[in-house]
Structure formats: C-alpha cells, structure tokens
Design a protein around this ligand. Structure first.
Ligand code: HEC
Ligand SMILES: [Cu+2]
Length: 421
C-alpha cells in the first residue's frame, strides 16, 4: 500500500509542476495579476474565500474519511446508535455554516464598499459604450471618440462609465479588475449624464496593453467583441489626446485616392474620421485607425491586406454585423459596390491614419508581454510628413447622446434606425 502510494505521488508531482508551468506563461487575460487596486481588492477576496473553502474541504473530507474507516461495519461490531432528532447535532450543523457565511460576508461587504467609490473630481472620464459587436470609447472632457482600443494615463483615477447602444454587454478587461454589465440606458438630453449608468473607478499603476472582451452573450458575434486598454505615461496620454483632435493627411498618392473613394462611398453614413467630412455615428470612429491592433474588434490583425478583405467582405467575415460588403447588403444598407482595386486604395488610406510618431502598437512597453503581437508591422512604415492641424477641427460628434440614425444620407436610412434596438 505504502509503495503504491509513493509510486503514485512520484508520478503526480511532476504532473502538477507541468500544470503550474503551463499556467505561468503569457496570459493577457489573467485575473490573478491585476494592475489596479480595484482588481487587487477583488483578487484578494477571491483568494481569501478560496483558501477558507479549501480549509473547510480538508476538514470535511478528513472527517469523512476518518469516519468511513473508524466506524465501518465489522462482523462482530455493535448495532449503530440512531442519532435522529439530536438537538446538539442540529444546532451544530446550522450554526457552523451560518458562521462560515458570516465570515465570508465580512470581507465581501468590505470589498463591495471599497470598489464602489465615487469618481474623484480629477478623474479621466471614459464612456465605454457597447455595440453589437464592438466598443465605442468617448472622452467627453476631451471631445474625442475612438473604438475598440482606448488610452488612459497611469497613476490617475479613471472613471469608466458603462452603457450600451443596444443589448446588454459586459465590460471585462481582467487585468484591470472584475467585469461589469453594460446596460442600455434611457436616452438623455445632451449634456446630461444618463441615469442608471454603471461605473468602474480605477487607477492603473503599470503601463501596458491590457486585453479584454465582452463577457455577456449579446448575439451572433459576441465572441468577437474584444477591446484593449493602453495605459501610458500621463505626458504620452496628453500627446495622444492632442493627436486625436488633429487630422491626419494621407502620406502618399494611394492613400489620397483611398480617402477620396472613402469620402464618396456610403462608409461616411456610419463612420467618422477626425478632420474629414465623414461624421457617421453608427459604426466605429476610424480616427487613427492605422494604429489599432485589429480589425473588427479582434477578428483579425490590422494589416493592409486584411483590411481590403474586410472592406470587400465584412458581413461574410463577421456574422450578423451592421456593415455592408462590396456585394452583400447588411444592416439595412446596400452593398458598397467597391471594386477590389478601390477597396485596396481605401485600405491604404485607413492604414495610413496614424500619428506621425506612432509605431504599430503591441510591440513595445513593459506591459506588452501580456499582449499578442500584431503581424504586419511592416504595413505602412512611412510616417506621414505633412500632418496638418486644422484649427477649429477639435471634435466631431456630440459626446453625450447615443447616436441615432446616420445624418449623412445612407442608401436606406429607414432601415438603419432598426439597428438601434
Ligand atoms: C451601415 C453602416 C456601415 C457602413 C455603410 C460601413 N460600415 Fe464599416 N463598420 C460598421 C460597423 C457597425 C462596424 C463594426 C463591426 C464589428 O466589428 O462588429 C464597422 C467596422 C468597420 C471597420 C473596423 C473598425 C474597427 O475598429 O475594428 C472598418 C475599417 C470599416 N468598418 C470600414 C468601412 C469602410 C471602408 C466602409 C465603406 C466602404 C464602411 N466601413 C461602411 C458599419 C458600417
Ligand atoms: Cu457580448
């Protein structure tokens, strides 16, 4: 018996180490290495409760195994004494679980209060708005809007205001902390904060790129609804904000032609690009699109080739989306009718939309280890030399309302409103 047991442990221990080693690799969405106090409070609570329950398990199973052996039936053993109606026992098995729950309740309630704080005055406000199936990020204090990826400064309080333009989603970037539902809220007049809005207040203490995704089933393409937070030094954040408020001029002929095609296509019914006449609100804002890590909220890497495929075949590549392809209608909008050559020009333009100084993301920074490397960094290496700041072009969209139907004439405006379920 001893022998067999030791042989078993000898086999199990290396297995356990292998398992642990597997857990120590690169896990961009781990919840056990939070970079916010908000996340650490939750992880600590989780660890506390887990260890307590492990302790309880050891006691219960230990007692069970002991009793099974100690009081097993023996040929000459006495008749067991019935214990039905034992008041002592009944009190014990009522009081002990009640005490356990009470013990768990104390740190839980403490954690609830510690994580549900009001945002301080100087917090950076970011509105995270869930859409089927992408994320919109608005900065009401800076008048900028972006999608699927957002920037925040490290070591400063950030107030994430969560709401949805359609169904219930859930905001979850595990390294920032626990998830929270993103609910549709009643429409409010401009300048008024919507009521019943969920909020997460946190402060990120380590620069890096943190990957997350929708954590509440929200329809066909729910699984492809990723997002990324870039936590950067405050000076870099200010620079990003300034750049986002500035238009980017095409760096070459192909991109310039792409812009011209983009601006005369139905794209502008749904997409906005800072400093251009494109001010659509139904789809992701494409300002600085060239810097994004992915196309379609995590569907594929952001390369020029993938982008041309997306423009031609978006509805076939990501099921159910409200964006038409070159030949397929979607979201109540007719096919765009772009040829491959035109789509490639538009792709060249969109990939070109990036800050002069910005490298392709994902490959730098201390937190980058946690993120998947984006391919195609060779895409558009040339930094546009002639980035022009246009005075007066500070912002596009009103920052406070959930977008209604496109202002620009879409081919079938009556149908597009149906998206705003
Ligand atoms: C009917 C509205 C609509 C029209 C018209 C439209 N789009 Fe879109 N577009 C969307 C929506 C909605 C998404 C988000 C899809 C998703 O990821 O679920 C999107 C996503 C994108 C993305 C990816 C954005 C990101 O951050 O992942 C690009 C690029 C894009 N569209 C380019 C275009 C171009 C170019 C055109 C014109 C040829 C166009 N779109 C026409 C609605 C539209
Ligand atoms: Cu979802």
């Amino acid at each position: 018996m001893r022998d067999r047991l030791s042989r078993l442990t000898r086999r199990l221990i290396p297995g356990a180490f292998l398992l642990l080693a597997a857990c120590a690799g690169e896990h961009p969405q781990t919840m056990i290495e939070p970079v916010t106090e908000f996340g650490r409070i939750q992880t600590a609570l989780w660890a506390t409760v887990t260890w307590w329950t492990v302790g309880i398990m050891v006691v219960v199973f230990g007692a069970l195994i002991f009793i099974l052996f100690r009081f097993r039936e023996r040929p000459d053993g006495p008749e067991p004494k019935p214990i039905y109606g034992s008041t002592k026992l009944e009190i014990a098995w009522t009081v002990i679980p009640a005490l356990i729950i009470l013990f768990i309740a104390v740190p839980t309630i403490q954690a609830i209060f510690a994580t549900q704080v009001e945002a301080p005055e100087d917090a950076v406000v970011v509105e995270a708005i869930g859409h089927q199936w992408w994320w919109e990020f608005r900065y009401p204090d800076h008048g900028i809007t972006t999608a699927n990826e957002f920037y925040v400064p490290v070591d400063r309080p950030v107030a994430l205001r969560l709401r949805s333009a359609d169904v219930i989603h859930s905001f979850w970037i595990p390294r920032l902390g626990g998830k929270k539902d993103v609910n549709p809220v009643p429409r409010t007049p401009e300048g008024v904060d919507p009521l019943h809005q969920n909020q997460i207040v946190l402060s990120i203490d380590s620069a890096g790129e943190y990957l997350g995704q929708c954590a509440e089933f929200c329809g066909t393409s729910h699984a492809i609804m990723r997002m990324m937070a870039h936590a950067v030094e405050p000076a870099e954040f200010e620079a990003w904000v300034r750049d986002m408020q500035t238009s980017v001029e095409p760096s070459g002929e192909a991109a310039a032609r792409g812009r011209e095609i983009f601006l005369r296509s139905t794209c502008i019914a749904c997409h906005a690009i800072e400093g251009t006449s494109a001010q659509g609100q139904l789809g992701p804002n494409l300002t600085h699109f060239g810097e994004r890590f992915s196309i379609g909220a995590g569907l594929m890497d952001n390369t020029e080739e993938n982008l041309a495929e997306w423009i031609l075949h978006a509805p076939e590549l990501k099921k159910g989306i409200f964006m038409p392809g070159a030949e397929v209608a979607a979201g109540g909008v007719a096919p765009t009718g772009l040829t491959r050559e035109e789509a490639e020009a538009v792709a060249a333009y969109l990939i070109d939309l990036r800050r002069p100084a910005a490298g392709r993301l994902m490959d730098t920074g201390p937190g980058a280890a946690g993120a998947e490397p984006a391919t195609g960094a060779d895409g558009a290496t040339g930094a546009p030399a002639d980035t022009a700041a246009r005075p007066g072009d500070t912002t596009a969209a009103p920052a406070d309302s959930i977008p209604a139907a496109p202002a620009a004439p879409g081919p079938d405006p009556t149908d597009t409103t149906a998206q705003q379920r």
